[in-house]
Design a binder for this molecule. Structure first.
Ligand SMILES: Nc1ncnc2c1ncn2[C@@H]1O[C@H](COP(=O)(O)OP(=O)(O)O)[C@@H](O)[C@H]1O
Ligand SMILES: [Mg+2]
Length: 265
């Protein structure tokens, strides 16, 4: 990697009830890069995300974000780190408090991180963020229940962006959405990445979704990273049998990659 990585993950190990769920995971995400993390259900994708964001404490390993040690950080330092690293979860129905308005949901992180003391300016910022994710500021006083899944996920993204993170960790952000809506949310993430220079750790079990958005792809099998490479390498000439079996299960959208795959056999 030519530039210093924004996120560096080294040798993450995690056990649940004596079972080794992460078996020494290492990878890096460069500034402005989208890294896809794929693998079957239960392979350890969410646990990896949660350990990186320190929502779960790993048993071993090292995580640095812009050179800061995430796992060794005290409360204050962790709060500062969380401004740089925000998560978007799979289910926008359970991740947004139904009693809060859209404005309150987006303003909350601004208040928690003491980024904007003035109430009116907080609201203006919420309006800007809502428009940034392709929604009208006229929706600010509505509640999450009046929105579709795709719109709720846009609100979750606006909320994550409120503190100005450099890295978004998106754990299956489109998996609960209809296919037609998935494309719109993926477009939005691609657009935000370009406009804001965001890095994204993008987790999905659907390889077609990952192909669309990611520069590089890491493949997780039973808690171990079995393959990591550029999108073209991993989809065009997968080196690991597990990656090939994942690819065989999905239609790949790009005809060139489809040809490369066939001629590879
Ligand atoms: N809090 C937990 N307690 C016990 N086991 C867990 C917990 N979270 C995840 N696991 C187990 O760890 C493994 C990896 O889970 P997870 O990271 O959620 O996989 P994925 O996101 O790839 O589907 C699974 O076997 C799961 O059952
Ligand atoms: Mg998961």
């Amino acid at each position: 990697m030519l530039t210093e990585p924004l996120l560096r993950v080294e040798n993450l190990v995690k056990h649940f009830a004596g079972r080794r769920v992460l078996d020494g995971i290492s990878f890096e995400v460069a500034p402005g890069e989208v890294l896809g993390l794929v693998g079957e259900s239960g392979s350890g994708k969410s646990t990896t995300a949660r350990c990186v964001a320190r929502l779960t404490e790993p048993d071993q390993g090292r995580v640095t974000l812009a050179g800061r040690d995430v796992l060794a950080a005290g409360r204050r330092e962790l709060r500062a780190i969380r401004r740089d690293m925000q998560m978007v979860f799979q289910d926008p129905y359970s991740s947004l408090n139904p009693r809060m308005t859209v404005a309150a949901l987006i303003e909350e992180p601004l208040a928690v991180h003491r980024l904007e003391a003035d109430r009116r300016r907080r609201r203006d910022r919420a309006a800007e963020l809502l428009e940034l994710v392709g929604m009208s500021a006229a929706h600010l006083d509505r509640h999450p229940r009046s929105f579709s899944g795709g719109q709720r996920q846009r609100i979750s993204i606006a909320r994550a962006l409120a503190v100005g993170p450099r890295l978004l960790i998106c754990d299956e952000p489109v998996s609960s959405l209809d296919v037609s809506v998935q494309a719109q949310v993926l477009n939005l993430l691609g657009d935000l990445r370009r406009r804001l220079g965001l890095s994204i750790l993008f987790i999905a079990h659907d390889l077609a979704v990952v192909y669309y958005l990611c520069d590089r792809v890491a493949v997780l099998e039973n808690g171990a990273l079995v393959e990591i490479g550029t999108r073209e390498q991993v989809y065009g000439s997968p080196s690991h049998p597990y990656t090939r079996s994942l690819l065989d299960a999905v239609p790949v959208p790009d005809p060139a990659v489809e040809r490369a795959r066939r001629s590879d056999r």
